[in-house]
Design a protein. Structure first.
Length: 95
């Protein structure tokens, strides 16, 4: 698995990041909206969004003064398919 893949898996391993991906999956949301709906502080949300953007799991669009985040669902599907394919290559009798 490539180093970038490991970063993606680390990003997905955090429950709050997965929650943010769910919250902005269908509708772009501002960091403030995500903070209010996730019960995290704005600073925590910003840090998690930074990781999600860096790994490509979330996209951001600027509209006026506001930044709106949304889950990069196509990329997430590719990541999951790649992980599934890699895991299926491991022999069942491997230690």
């Amino acid at each position: 698995m490539a180093a970038h893949d490991d970063e993606i898996l680390r990003a997905l391993s955090h429950a709050e990041r997965r929650r943010l991906l769910v919250l902005c999956r269908d509708t772009p949301r501002s960091a403030g909206e995500l903070a209010a709906d996730s019960h995290m502080t704005g600073a925590s949300v910003s840090e998690h969004l930074k990781v999600l953007r860096k790994t490509g799991l979330a996209r951001v669009d600027k509209q006026g003064k506001f930044w709106f985040y949304r889950t990069n669902t196509e990329f997430l599907k590719q990541v999951l398919a790649s992980l599934e394919a890699e895991l299926m290559e491991i022999p069942e009798d491997a230690p």
